[in-house]
Design a binder for this molecule. Structure first.
Ligand code: KPL
Length: 329
């Protein structure tokens, strides 16, 4: 067991600039540990979570790294009325796609007027309303991560797979270099953080991966790897074909063959995993279907395109899952 220094919240000087994480799920907790105890220069007192309650509290966390070592930490979960929200200069939003607007928009005026926001959810869509709600000096970066983390219990997370984290500027002021350097600590073993400009092509690529794997595993109740079977080939090709057409009308050129190869690569790399949508449906939680296949349908409609495969997946998953509601996770 590796013991790390646990600084109490009182050690945080009032003028400190803070990094905050909204969403303490598996990815939110992984980001916390990467930015604190796992970073080469651990600074444990300037990274905090933002909770839903008014009161600030402390929470003990466990992080099990790839070498099965356990790091212990004592995290501050800032309450929604804590004045320190105004010191938050970088906010990593790690909630589910359907929770982004409800969780983030009411907070924006409480954060520093220069706060930079990073959205890290599956799917697309919430970035439009978030960009519109930001103050003049609040910039927006979008990203995606294929790092994997598994919750062993609510406050114990295991780093279960290495992957790449891809980020890029979307709107407003650029992220200051000092914050960018701090985020470079989110790298996984041999894969540095990738910064992309423009970022949307990368996010459409990830959308294709999620548009295939997530609904098909949820509907067929299978692990990701089972989608490599020939019975799914035609359907997967049709989902990707529709997405490529819609993306093109949105000004994003994607190579269908390369995208399809990438989707099958992720199916192979994550073959034993059960997708997040499979798990959401299995646990009776809402899913991110609106921000995944639903986003493809929405953009298709705007361009007067038909996307029957994605439309059918959207409707079938909606019949399986709960209506989206921020309080239900
Ligand atoms: O992002 C994922 C998810 O489950 O949401 C994939 C890449 C499909 C891995 O399971």
């Amino acid at each position: 067991m590796v013991k790390t220094s646990l600084l109490p919240p009182s050690s945080t000087h009032d003028s400190h600039r803070l990094i905050a994480i909204l969403g303490a799920g598996a990815i939110g907790q992984l980001m916390y540990h990467k930015l604190t105890v796992c970073s080469p220069t651990p600074e444990v007192d300037d990274v905090m979570f933002i909770g839903r309650d008014k009161q600030t509290r402390q929470q003990k966390l466990d992080f099990i790294n790839d070498k099965q070592q356990c790091h212990k930490a004592l995290a501050t979960i800032l309450g929604t009325e804590d004045n320190r929200l105004a010191q938050v200069e970088l906010l990593l939003v790690c909630v589910k796609a359907y929770q982004v607007e409800l969780a983030l928009i009411p907070l924006l005026t409480k954060l520093s007027p220069q706060c930079h926001i990073v959205l890290l959810h599956n799917g697309l869509g919430p970035h439009f309303s978030v960009a519109a709600a930001l103050a003049k000096h609040q910039g927006l970066t979008l990203g995606t991560t294929s790092q994997a983390a598994l919750k062993q219990n609510q406050w114990q997370v295991k780093h279960s797979g290495f992957g790449v984290t891809q980020l890029g500027h979307f709107s407003g002021p650029l992220m200051p270099t000092a914050l960018k350097m701090r985020l470079n600590n989110l790298h996984s073993d041999h894969q540095p953080i990738e910064w992309h400009q423009p970022v949307l092509p990368v996010l459409w690529q990830k959308l294709a991966i999620n548009a295939v794997i997530n609904p098909l595993t949820a509907l067929n109740q299978c692990a990701n790897g089972q989608l490599a079977a020939t019975q799914y080939q035609a359907q997967i090709a049709a989902i990707i074909g529709e997405l490529v057409q819609v993306a093109q009308c949105d000004g994003i050129n994607l190579d269908k063959a390369a995208l399809s190869a990438r989707v099958y690569q992720v199916i192979a790399l994550t073959s034993a995993n059960f997708s997040s949508m499979y798990q959401d449906v299995a646990h009776g939680r809402p899913t991110e279907i609106h921000e995944i296949n639903g986003y493809i349908c929405q953009q298709a409609k705007a361009h007067q395109l038909d996307v029957p495969q994605n439309q059918a997946l959207l409707e079938r998953v909606l019949r399986l899952s709960k209506p989206n509601n921020i309080n239900s996770t």
